[in-house]
Design a protein around this ligand. Structure first.
Ligand SMILES: NC(=O)c1ccc[n+]([C@@H]2O[C@H](COP(=O)([O-])OP(=O)(O)OC[C@H]3O[C@@H](n4cnc5c(N)ncnc54)[C@H](O)[C@@H]3O)[C@@H](O)[C@H]2O)c1
Length: 279
C-alpha cells in the first residue's frame, strides 16, 4: 500500500536526535525518501541506517543550519541525487535557559543563529527547488514557547515567536506569488528528547538539581518524538497554519485566544513557584 508521502523527497534538519529523528523515521515509513541532516554525524548516520534497516530510503548529509554555504551545498546535493525536493522539516534547534541578567550576547546570538537564522536560510534556499519540483511543504519547528512567554526562557521565546510570524509571512508570500508551496509552523509542548540534557543553562539555572528536575519532568510527561511526528503529519495534511501538537499546546493555544488574562496569571504564578523551588 502506498504511504501518505510516497516517493516524496524530504529533508529533515537536526534529524539525528529527538523530534527530527522521529519525523525522519515517520516520513520514511510513509514512503518518503529522506535526507537527514545534522552536525552530529554519528547519530545522523544511525537515524539513516535505522531507516534503511526498516526497508526505507535515506541518506545523511553533514549540515550546520547556521551556515549559508552549507545550505547551498545541501540543496544542490539533493537536486543532483534526487532531482527535487517536496518536504522540508526545519527542525534543528537548541535551548538556552536562564535569567535575562545572566544571558550573554553570545548566548543570545547563538540561540537566534540556530533556531531562527537556520529556519530563514532553509526556507530561502529550499523554495526555488520546491518550485521547480512542482510542489512543496515546509514545516517550521516552533514550540509552545512560540505561543506564550516563559520566565528564564526569553531568548528561546524570541526565536520560536519569530518562527511563528516568519512562517505566516512566507505562507502569505507563497499564496501571493502562486508558488505551489505550503508553509506551516508546528508547536509541540513538553517532549521527552535529549534537549533537556543538551540545553545550556546559565546563572541560577545552572545547577545539577535544576537539570535533573527538568530531565525528570520531561520524562514524566512522557510525550514521545514519534507521537509528535504523527501529529505533525496530521496537522500538515489539514494545512493548519499554526499547529499546536500536544494537549498542553492546544490548551495554551485556546487560552491565548479566549482567555489571555488567565494565561498571564497562570504564567506568573508558575514562574513565582519555580523561583521558590516548589515546582
Ligand atoms: N523537546 C521539546 O520539548 C521541544 C518542544 C517544542 C519544540 N522543540 C523544538 O524541536 C526541535 C528539535 O528539538 P529536540 O527536542 O528534538 O532536541 P534534540 O537535542 O534531541 O535535537 C536537536 C538536533 O539538532 C541538532 N543541531 C543542533 N545545532 C545544529 C546546527 N547548528 N545545525 C544542524 N543541526 C543542529 C542536534 O545535533 C540534534 O540532533 C528544536 O527546534 C526544539 O526547539 C522541542
Amino acid at each position: 500500500m502506498a504511504g501518505r508521502v510516497q516517493d516524496k523527497i524530504a529533508l529533515v534538519t537536526g534529524g539525528a536526535s529527538g523530534i527530527g529523528r522521529g519525523c525522519a523515521l515517520r516520513l520514511a515509513e510513509e514512503g518518503a525518501i529522506v535526507v537527514v541532516s545534522d552536525i552530529d554525524d554519528a547519530l545522523g548516520e544511525t537515524t539513516t541506517n535505522d531507516i534503511r534497516n526498516a526497508g526505507g530510503q535515506a541518506e545523511y548529509l553533514h549540515h550546520d543550519v547556521t551556515d549559508e554555504d552549507a545550505w547551498r551545498n545541501v540543496v544542490e546535493t539533493i537536486r543532483s541525487h534526487h532531482g527535487g525536493l517536496n518536504i522540508l522539516v526545519n527542525n534543528a534547534g537548541i535551548g538556552i535557559g536562564g535569567s535575562i541578567l545572566d544571558l550573554s550576547l553570545a548566548d543570545w546570538q547563538r540561540q537566534q543563529a540556530i533556531n531562527l537564522d537556520g529556519v530563514f536560510l532553509g526556507v530561502k534556499h529550499c523554495i526555488p527547488l520546491m518550485r521547480d519540483s512542482g510542489n512543496g511543504s515546509i514545516i517550521n519547528m516552533s514550540s509552545v514557547a512560540g505561543l506564550k512567554g516563559s520566565a528564564n526562557l526569553s531568548a528561546y521565546n524570541a526565536t520560536k515567536g519569530g518562527v511563528r510570524l516568519f512562517t505566516k509571512g512566507v505562507a502569505l508570500e507563497c499564496g501571493q506569488q502562486r508558488w505551489p508551496i505550503r508553509v506551516n509552523s508546528v508547536h509541540p509542548g513538553i517532549i521527552d528528547t535529549p534537549i533537556t540534557r543538551n540545553a545550556r543553562l546559565v546563572g541560577e539555572m545552572d545547577k545539577p538539581e535544576k537539570r535533573v528536575e527538568m530531565v525528570e519532568g520531561y520524562q514524566r510527561r512522557g510525550y514521545t518524538p514519534d507521537r509528535v511526528a504523527r501529529n505533525i503529519l496530521k496537522a500538515v495534511e489539514k494545512n493548519r497554519l499554526v499547529a499546536p501538537i500536544s494537549p498542553e499546546a492546544w490548551a495554551l493555544y485556546y487560552m491565548k485566544r479566549f482567555a489571555p488574562w488567565l494565561l498571564r496569571r497562570i504564567g506568573l504564578v508558575l514562574a513565582r513557584r519555580t523561583r521558590r523551588g516548589s515546582v
